[in-house]
Design a protein around this ligand. Sequence first.
Ligand SMILES: [Zn+2]
Length: 164
Amino acid sequence: MTVEPWQEPKPTIDHVRRLVQRIQSYARTSRIMGLLSSALLVSLMIELGILMYMTYIPLILGGTGFPLPQWFYYLLMLTFVLSMVIYGIAGTVNARLNRYILEYKKIGVVVRLQCDECNRTTERIWEKDDFVFKKAGTCACGGSQYISQMYIMPLPLEKKDALS
Ligand SMILES: [Zn+2]
């Protein structure tokens, strides 16, 4: 009995392709969520700074402070709530992305089978003990197939989506 690097059922090439697409779209969402939460954090800091400068510091110094309009407090609250929501979504997205990447690392290696007779190629997921030029079954035409290539299914990601 051989121990395969995945759990049953055995994944197919389509499975890996779908996984790659999912990783790509989750990485994009994760990037957007990261930008959004940075933007919200900066606005929150600016709003808190205004509140400190206009209200609390004058109060501490013995003045009356500058009264801020009602909407400012609503804005502050809205920014805070939005940051929390985006932070939560980003956490979920990143957790999923990490899970998909872990799965990809297990099944992302593809083996190309080529027929001796008709040169037709098919692909499947790497299995334990596969090596290049290994004989691997028969083609639909009756010729015997061998492993002609092994490669990692490319992840179409930008450099900054560093996969550690
Ligand atoms: Zn063939």
